[in-house]
Design a protein around this ligand. Sequence first.
Ligand code: 9D3
Length: 258
Amino acid sequence: MTTSFDVITLMPQMFNALTIDGVISRAFENKLLELNLWNPRDFVDDIHQSVDDRPFGGGPGMVMMIDPILKALNKIKINHQDKDLGSSKVIYLSPKGNRFDHKKALELSNQDNLILICGRYEGIDQRFIDGWVDEEISVGDYVTSGGELPAMILVDAISRLIPGVLNKNDSYIQDSFYDGLLDHTQYTRSEEFKDLKVPDVLLSGDHKKIAMWRLKNSLYETFKKRPDLLKDRELTTEESRLLQEVIREQEHDSKKRK
Ligand code: 9D3
């Protein structure tokens, strides 16, 4: 089954970034994923008719008009009927939306199709949002130049969670956030770079010991850098013990260094 994304955007070329290389582009090649781009500019009657206009009430900037976006949306819906797709969620990327996170990505990865609407300028006419948008999503508390990069973040993060998109080795099961903890630290050759050594246990070949060290390291990374994540996650008895142990070890080490 193919998961498809229909994106309404004035800058469709930006989405080439998703398909030129990397794991996600392979899934598009294999038809596991499908990306359809719809430019509101193609839905105005002649090239002089615009897709944006000055805001009622005055003020700076321009606002995207309803009609070209709605025509694009209706074309998408007709296209879906032809393909026997059911009704789709319509998402507007917006600084006012709910913050995108792993939980939302998982939820959206269960949909057969998503319609993503990207704003430019000051955004789109509120009447379109009220009438046709199911959900507004933001990617964080900072301002981007439009909804395109945020939409690409959604497509990338959601796609990784769709079975078959990633190979077994980089399966999302191993991702940070999948189990609510940050990743353990990583090392590669050389074993010794100048006087900097790799933790001994990683060279031991003892897979059980390595797994235990990594869990302990992952717990400590989370404790140090994102303690808020630990509030949302119950620790098992063993995880609590490992975390207490590593906190004591680190305190001990930092005293030694003084
Ligand atoms: C908040 C700034 N707005 C008032 C001056 C103007 C504005 C600037 C840039 C309105 C929209 C945009 C374009 N950004 C998005 O459409 C957007 C976005 C974002 O800026 N930050 C985080 N997530 C998102 S999702 C879409």
